[in-house]
Design a protein around this ligand. Sequence first.
Ligand code: ADP
Ligand code: MG
Length: 710
Amino acid sequence: MSDTVLDLPLQYLKGVGPRKAADLKKAGLLSVDDLLFRFPLRYEDRSRLQPIVSLKPGETAAVAGEVLHASLTPTRRPGFRLFTALVEDASGQVQAVWPNQAFLKDVIRAHDDIVLFGKVEYWGSRGLQMTDPEFEILRPPPRDGSAGPGDAHDEPETLHTGRIVPIYERTGSVTTNMQRRMVWQALERLPPTLVDPLPVDLREREGWPSRREALIATHFPPPDTPIDALNAFATPAQRRLIFEDFFVFQAGLALRRQQNAAVTKSRVPVVDDRVRQAARAVLPFKLTAGQRQALAEIVADMQKPWPMQRLLQGDVGAGKTIVALVAALVAMENGFQVAFMAPTEILAEQHVGTLARWLTGTRFRVALLSGKVGSAGRRTLLPAIERGDIHCLVGTHALVQDPVVFHSLALVVIDEQHRFGVRQRGLLAGKGVSPDVLVMTATPIPRTLALTTYGDLEVSVIRGLPPGRRPVRTLVKPDSRRDEVHALVRDHITSGRQAYVIYPLVAESEKVDLQAATEAADHLARHVFPELRVALLHGRMKGDEKDRVMREFAAGQIHILVSTTVVEVGVDVANAAIMVIEHAERFGLSQLHQLRGRVGRGPHDSTCVLLYQAPWSDEARERLRAMVETSDGFVIAERDLQLRGPGDFFGTRQSGVPQLRAGDLTRDADLLERAHEAARRFVEDDMLTAEEKGYVHAVWQRQFGMVAVG
Ligand code: ADP
Ligand code: MG
């Protein structure tokens, strides 16, 4: 790709000095290629210049004419000035008004030829005016002789008006008009042909324009392009580039997958009657059909000669842990070790407990390696792991970074809270072994996000829940009715159940939130439920204190657990039957669903109360309504993605969702699906040329900082 200008840094464009380059860089725009793949936010049709006489109030229109006079006028509001210009064409006159933009007096002058685009309004009895219109001065007379950004000969007569105009998101000091000028310049310099990462026959089948044509038509659409199609990002040019964006990324994932399949793993377990018998012996209950299916897929992968890379999806409470445990048992029965990684220390501790309980009566030893294991503990634990005396090691994601040496690691189970994206999974390979990897998601992920974040993995889905689960009754209440809610909590506790009261903990206001939770716990304990045991749990507490509280709650010694979102994932106390979520309007849908999954885990009737503080946004209302309407995590995940968009879905910056440039996972889901299939097919059938592979490799390296393809 070095034969094009696309690789050039943006400073190469005229008008882009160090300051602007720095602002652009902050937004992730480094090269001309980045700039051209940053789509306009929207388009405005400023192409039809109207005679001024035909303007009607209320419409948005473009006109061209001469500035008769222009001046800055004070208003009655102190310090508030209007810049006005009277513009005339052969048919009539219109007044243009720019509030509070005094600098325009040096920009717009009498006798300038100008194009205006904006909303037409009545201007008292005197006629019509356009308020704060977009404008462009044609053939500006030389002012001070110096050449400004974008020399006149680089630009067509009108760039910002008199055509369908792209509107870009402002980037620091770089305005939409500056960006438009930069894009124009960049497009002017494109060579006649560009290397195209899309395979030719694919492009021909779709009838898509060439890469060069698509770039030009996306930024400066030909005059006859339907504006609605442009704003829906549905023109062939736009679709082609979006597809390309997806295709390149998916091809990278497919290449990774292929590369993985070329690795021969040293530890392939045997599954015979003895192993099957051992598995049956640890099972405390009958697996559901969904669990059996997932387990069969996992065990089949484990028996392949290359490492398993599989994602296990299932709703909260679907029973993923036991499936992973049986897979672990298959490995251990073959004399191999298993590593089990949880997203938090609390969960790691809980997993150790669960696994140890299930494995009682087997010869296998489970151990926890956490931050709390001191150096003395490590001195005995690490050699035991290295000797193979520990069969199953549980910890947080730090296990991959920790200098742990295994004796015969064959399976890694990652129970994650979306924190272990494509990038981080690469770290495992760095351990120098090629274990089977099973990733379990804590909550369902919409298909499009799964395709991008986990597109290199095979997917198993457990649909439905274990038998006997009853849906959790969900209520939405304003926090002014907290008294009623407390009565409800008391009812549940009187019938022997326990309760959670959840407070949000947002990073920006962590201190305040923590205080709110602390005060609430205090208030509940002293004034509302003085006869009950109320305890507080939050992430800032010391490990052993957290432990004690969790253990007491699990043992039924605490009636009400007031907690920040540390209970979010995985915590399993079957007797807890009511959850009150304070400030539910602040949580995302998937997180609410995840929280609600902490109740309804036993045979009891359970309730989740979503308390909100007015005023709430429409979006918040929508979210809480969705919680009442459905308990299907897959449905909730799709809604969440629609409401919040992919960037926020995982609610964390290190979510591992790769930054796609042109594509939008919600809007362009159909293209993503097709790009995924096409990329897998082209890679599997080895139909990508060396040049195409090289391009995929280059984009991956630059955009995602990953070298692991090609
Ligand atoms: P998750 O998929 O959210 O990780 P868990 O693995 O924690 O769910 O399982 C939720 C609860 O359901 C646990 O208490 C588990 O013991 C129980 N469970 C799992 N599978 C079954 C089953 N087939 N029959 C009955 N209970 C089950
Ligand atoms: Mg779980």
